[in-house]
Design a protein around this ligand. Sequence first.
Ligand SMILES: Cc1cc2nc3c(=O)[nH]c(=O)nc-3n(C[C@H](O)[C@H](O)[C@H](O)COP(=O)(O)OP(=O)(O)OC[C@H]3O[C@@H](n4cnc5c(N)ncnc54)[C@H](O)[C@@H]3O)c2cc1C
Length: 449
Amino acid sequence: MAASSLLRSLTGRGCAGPTAFSRYYRHLQYPFSTAAAAGAQGEAGWGFPGLGPTAKGEKARVVVLGTGWAGSRLMKDLDTGGYDVVCVAPRNHMVFTPLLASTCVGTLEFRSVAEPLARIQPAVSKSPGSHFFLARCTGVDPDAHTIDCETVTDGQKDALEPWKFKVAYDKLVFACGAEASTFGIHGVADNAVFLREVHHAQEIRRRLLLNLMLSEVPGMPALLICIMHAVPSAESSRTVRGLGKGFSGRPYPRLCNAGRPRLEPGTCWLQAANEILSSFDVRLRQYAAKQLVKSGVRLVRGIVKDVQPNKLILDDGEEVPYGVLVWSTGVGASSFVKSLPFPKSPGGRIGVDEWLRVPSVQDVYAIGDCSGFLESTGKEVLPALAQVAERQGKYLAQLLNRVMKAGGGHATSAAEVDVGPPFVYKHLGSMATVGRYKALVDLRQSKVR
Ligand SMILES: Cc1cc2nc3c(=O)[nH]c(=O)nc-3n(C[C@H](O)[C@H](O)[C@H](O)COP(=O)(O)OP(=O)(O)OC[C@H]3O[C@@H](n4cnc5c(N)ncnc54)[C@H](O)[C@@H]3O)c2cc1C
């Protein structure tokens, strides 16, 4: 699906412009000050503050963990006439990941790829029973229908101790995504930058500019940028070459030769496995490789054994020095997902049935990168893609709205309700850009799964 249409489907418009975040979040006082929270605390006797169970006659509460592709789409379509929406996530915005690589080099501004949740689902800033809480979920008690959460203060100097609280749910949706895989390789977490969040892109841009400026200093070792294999890497490696041509309107002389970027020093792209863009057709892969090499990207095949502060060690002993290392090699189940007391799909994701329910418990669902079909469904685990997550979010919103209208919105009241047809995924194809005005489009896999 084209990037712009994916974004439009979420926000109803194209790329985001400047946003006054404070306008949306002015109602929130931290820690909670709502009457429901205060009442629930004493009533439930949890020893923590929190949101207590909803009463009959009140709206049922859907608790959504995550503001990514899956969670945002779900919340956008939930019927807030019948549900209160409570979202718990460590970030208050959705990130339009397909364009994240472009922000590393200034082709796009950071604000263009981040959409505040309150714009996607206005109820979280307007409706008295709906909230967004900047926190991460740390545990779930499916019998009590509650989750444990703690506030996120990462990266703050003199950060406060995390504030612990509970939230009771009628329906709980895990949409908490996956984590970048380091494959257990020593030094990756300490020395490389991942590319999943806006702050990662900001850090990459900072390091790139620093290295480019330093490359002008007499006697400084030249810049080398290593980008580890994956689809976004193909996109960022080409744009990084563009950056080397001249971020400030002129080429960096030590990176360029007569106005054209030299092959070395320049971008070095290392493949952990065999192929670049391995999900694409072989002819498209060959075309991409040719285009990247032509534009000055150096492709190196090898398996990384160790990552040290300024160099990589490959399994054949070769040492590759670097100035900036971007690690973008794939994703796996997060430690939070691994810790959950639910059966898992192949690959360690939260196991779901054809209706995206966690079948071992009541009122719990999982969508997007954190979920996968259980082996017993006979279906394959879907790829970790925005188009899967977005469509699962849309499907689940319809299912939950249907359940609510049939009187099954509150906890443990949906057993007899018809939930409608199962989720079916039809792959619409893949696209990757490989340079200015050049992209690969693979429409082969348009099959129903
Ligand atoms: C750079 C990049 C480029 C990509 N390009 C494409 C592309 O072109 N096409 C495509 O189809 N796919 C692409 N993808 C993949 C796509 O972004 C993912 O498949 C998609 O984001 C998955 O959506 P999600 O909602 O499951 O998870 P995410 O979008 O990762 O969102 C997860 C959410 O959960 C929150 N969270 C995490 N832990 C917790 C917790 N303990 N409690 C509460 N909340 C939590 C996170 O803060 C986040 O808000 C790309 C990915 C990256 C990183």
